[in-house]
Design a protein around this ligand. Structure first.
Ligand SMILES: Nc1ncnc2c1ncn2[C@@H]1O[C@H](COP(=O)(O)OP(=O)(O)OP(=O)(O)O)[C@@H](O)[C@H]1O
Ligand SMILES: CC(=O)N[C@H]1[C@@H]2OC[C@@H](O2)[C@@H](O)[C@@H]1O[C@H](C)C(=O)O
Length: 380
């Protein structure tokens, strides 16, 4: 039995993330005592079929009518069951492909799929049946990690900051360090010189770009930013988004996928739209950063948006004006696709030890709060 410097036993957890891009299930593994990272395991992504992605998109529409987090109107209950079974299959595929036996795993950290996030109403809904996943995999599952934070007055997101801080501690880079996750929505975590955290969502990530290129050209995303690289920035597209109250009133720190909607398809050609929306992602990050107490020296970008070279070059130029250096996660030895799934594994271990998952400066909760609901597999 491995015991860490803090005296707590090192646990092995698999993390499962289905993010706002709704492109598939990310699977990762972490060994930790809930504080330091002892090991990061291999990573697997299991893409959803186009048909399942469409059902998830329909599920987001259906979920708009939810008033309490347990409600599952229409086909949402059936979707939840199928999503959970796909997660169980992803766990088995991960074990098979990595050669890691499930008997060596202590816990699963299960995010599920966010179908509605209305923090102003104290409502966040992730579909994903923890009990079913526990019985399918035979492993204890920690799920519903956003709920306790909301009950403590937080917005239920972002929760990855605890893990970003643990990663920052393992890197030999000048601080302050900021982690920038560019998924469907973008979010950041600043780790200050004294290890204090400041975190929030910053606006659209790739979701608007994905919707734009899908509508205009029938393709799911702008690979490498190739389409954007052929276009011009249209301020008439970018600026109205930056006028959104989210950036000025400071009352919200987290976003729903539907808080920002794509431009009218007739408003620009394919390339100019993609270029303008890539610019928007970078400018929204910078605009949100202005409220930070310290200017970061090292920027580490994770999530699929780091593969869009136009987002990365815009962000690099904007950060350079404040003496910041922008790096992709891979430049510092991390896997930029794996970080959110790793975070859910790490958070499961923290939840197991009753350690905080969120703080007033990350989600707006009243005091540091742990979370997660444990679902145990039935005794054989
Ligand atoms: N090679 C690539 N080039 C450009 N963009 C890419 C590439 N690969 C992925 N992306 C973008 O990244 C998105 C997926 O990112 P990611 O998996 O980080 O999001 P997510 O985890 O679903 O979202 P969130 O972090 O908001 O929950 C895709 O929808 C696509 O827009
Ligand atoms: C409610 C919800 O699912 N929020 C997600 C979403 O995707 C990115 C951003 O918005 C972030 O706030 C969060 O996910 C990450 C993993 C988090 O909680 O840190």
């Amino acid at each position: 039995m491995a015991v860490s410097k803090t005296g707590a036993e090192v646990k092995t957890a698999i993390g499962l993330m289905s993010g706002t891009s709704m492109d598939g299930i990310d699977v990762a593994l972490i060994r930790s005592d809930g504080a330091t990272i002892a090991e990061r395991g291999p990573f697997l992504t299991v893409p959803y079929s186009p048909a399942f992605r469409r059902r998830l998109a329909d599920g987001l529409e259906t979920a708009k009518s939810i008033g309490r987090r347990g409600e599952r109107p229409g086909a949402l209950g059936a979707l939840e069951e199928e999503l959970t079974r796909l997660h169980a299959e992803a766990v088995f595929a991960y074990s098979r492909q990595s050669g890691i036996p499930l008997e060596s795993v202590d816990l699963i950290g299960f995010h599920g799929q966010t179908v509605l996030h209305r923090p102003e109403k104290g409502l966040t809904v992730q579909i994903g049946d923890g009990k079913l996943l526990a019985s399918e995999t035979g492993l204890p599952v920690i799920h519903d990690m956003r709920a306790a934070d909301m009950e403590a007055g937080g917005e239920g997101a972002p929760l990855a900051p605890a893990y970003h801080r643990a990663l920052a501690a393992s890197l030999d880079r000048p601080g302050p360090i900021v982690f920038v996750n560019i998924g469907g929505i973008s979010n950041i975590t600043l780790i200050g010189q004294n290890d204090e955290l400041e975190a929030f969502d910053t606006g659209p990530g790739n979701a608007l770009i994905d919707q734009w290129v899908e509508t205009k050209a029938g393709i799911p995303f702008d690979q490498g930013g190739a389409i954007a690289s052929e276009g011009q920035i249209l301020r008439r597209l970018v600026d109205p988004y930056l006028q959104n109250d989210f950036f000025s009133d400071g009352s919200r720190r987290s976003l729903d996928r539907n808080d920002f909607l794509p431009p009218d398809p007739a408003s620009a050609d394919l390339e100019d739209g993609a270029r303008s929306l890539a610019r928007l992602t970078a400018e929204a990050i910078m605009k949100s950063m202005r409220s930070m107490r310290e200017a970061p020296k090292t920027w580490i970008v994770c999530g699929g948006g780091r593969c869009n070279r136009m987002i990365m070059s815009d962000l690099s130029d904007l950060a350079a004006s404040q003496n910041g250096t922008v790096l992709a996660a891979e430049d510092v030895g991390l896997n930029g696709d794996a970080i959110e799934a790793e975070a859910w594994a790490y958070l499961a271990i923290r939840a197991h030890y009753g350690l905080p998952l969120s703080w007033p400066t990350t989600t707006g909760c009243r005091k540091p709060v742990t979370g997660g609901v444990l679902a145990k597999p039935k005794e054989a």
